[in-house]
Design a protein around this ligand. Sequence first.
Ligand code: B12
Ligand code: SF4
Length: 571
Amino acid sequence: MRVLLSSVFKPYAVDDSFGRKENVMELFHNQVTREQGIFSLRMNHPSSGLHLIAENLDSPALVLDFPSLAEFEREVAKGYDVVGLSFIVPNFAKAQHMAKRVRELSPRTRIVLGGHGTTVPDIEGLIEHDALCRGDGVAFMREYLGEQVDKPVRHPRVYSAFNRHFLGAPLSGTSAMVMPGNGCPNACDFCCTTHFFQKKYTAFLETGRQMYDVLCDLEKNLGATEFFVLDENFLKHRERTVELLSLMEANGKQWSFGLFSSAESIAQYGLDVLSRLGIFFLWIGVESKRHVYAKNKGADLRALVQGLRSRGACVLASGILFLDHHTKENIDEDIDYLIGLEADFVQFMQLGPLPGTALYQRVEASGKLRKDVPYEEWHGQKQVWFDHPGFTAAETETVLRAAFRRDYLTNGPSMLRMVETYLRGYQNLADATEPYLVGRRGLLEQRLREHRPSLAVIARHAPTKAARERARATEGELVRLLGPMDAVAQAKTLAVRATAFAEAVRLATVGSARQPPTQWTPYRQAPVSLATRTRGRFEAAVSAQADRARAALAPGLAAARWMLGGGALAR
Ligand code: B12
Ligand code: SF4
């Protein structure tokens, strides 16, 4: 059996018959720093679910991530036994087209659909397929291919992010993806993952020891000491975390982690434990001040955010706009609350009834679901797809954008906040003498040194005087603590100034969309040839040049047409 596992095809974040420009294939630029111009943090993440499945099969498999349609079609034409497509609801039209092309190009190939997009109502009749997986794909694909199902799950070796840029300059460092488990038992009504995995948690890595062994493997083979943990509520499982930390300490591992966790889970640990664990990024679902979800009951979220930041852990606070209780008069209460937490990053997401959730059932039953809105627009970053009593769809777009702008103008660029957080963590450990904590301080120093060259650009170009002054004060404090910048750092500062200028020009002319390069990852089969890999890049470069030429010529052509037509065309 030869298996091809593919993500949906690019281009992403453009208006075409398969997608919309707001649906950006990046975490930060899509839903966090999207209004921060040149200060937006840019990076891509691989389709981890596909790697997890591929690693756990016996059959040879190829994971094709971010292909162009042409690359996908050329691969399909090679005649695979099975093609697995992973998609989410807003990428429905892409998956539908890909399945159709598989049928046309290789009729004998069986098509398996997986991922959150499989919850689309009546999908059975909407997308060509032979099998449909709603839930975990590892067990499903093993069974589908006639392989042994109840074997332990092996962890793939995957980088967590690539194509990482800030101010147009590449960011250094290597981080690996870790997937300890799927699902969450908290059952928040709007949440896709809890519903998709039957409101329960399934651990792939059950103990701290298992997780430790996987991290050692990733460190050895990928050179990673920083890990992004793809688990909806990692800290909920205290025993596993505590065992992991004790193994790290016993073996002198100075690893650091980016995590998702809810306030009630975080509350099980003191700040000291979290700082020893080396958390550098923590995503917390704050949701709303007035509508308090069970996971946030009794939590002082501002104190939590500030406590974490004082230990060098950057916080992403996530909030939901257009909940039932929101009106034009009171929505600012939640927006101000989110901004007032002074987190490093703020995500505003529109309430989105997605199939499979309790929220969807409720909205659908009330007759408020907008069935005329195509799935491409069900992404939460433009207009809501249900009738809200307090807002028109167009108003939801304006309010969302204004919320992001207000956070940016009030708290400054997120990257400035992040450097401030690392600085606070460093200062907190200034007097530490215990070797493990001295190591932690060293890591924070390394992060400060990496981001220091950007401070000069922030100090000059941040949107407000207050943010520019904070950047200068931060650099002043760094001079005091670490000394003046050496020649290398100064050269980097000059380079970042140049890339920041180029990035500003790019944003103003070409726009902010960036396409991730195609990733070909073979499992149990020969590497993909250089010719195959470079052909797509060449095609992409040619088409990007053609787009640029079209954009550059457009005003001239329009003027010529107008003159030739005596202005008639302009009317
Ligand atoms: C990483 C991530 C991203 C990355 C995408 C990286 C990539 N290369 O695709 C980024 C940050 C770019 C992103 C963006 C968006 N995302 Co996102 N993202 C996630 C996140 C946090 C993790 C996904 C993941 O890797 N999980 C770990 C793996 C192991 O689980 P999994 O993907 O579910 O895969 C398992 C099963 O689903 C199944 N499976 C998956 N694919 C396949 C394929 C086959 C053939 C089979 C058999 C099985 C199978 O098997 C896997 C192993 O068990 C999830 C939330 C979550 N925790 O799951 C949201 C999530 C998937 N994203 C979501 C959404 C909506 C978006 C955005 C629209 C932004 C937004 N509004 O949240 C954009 C869209 C971007 C775009 N243009 O497509 C929704 C999907 C909702 C839905 N019902 O469709 C989720 C669930 C979050 C949410 N809002 O609740 N996202
Ligand atoms: S705590 Fe987070 S992951 Fe768990 S159900 Fe609620 S929103 Fe989903």
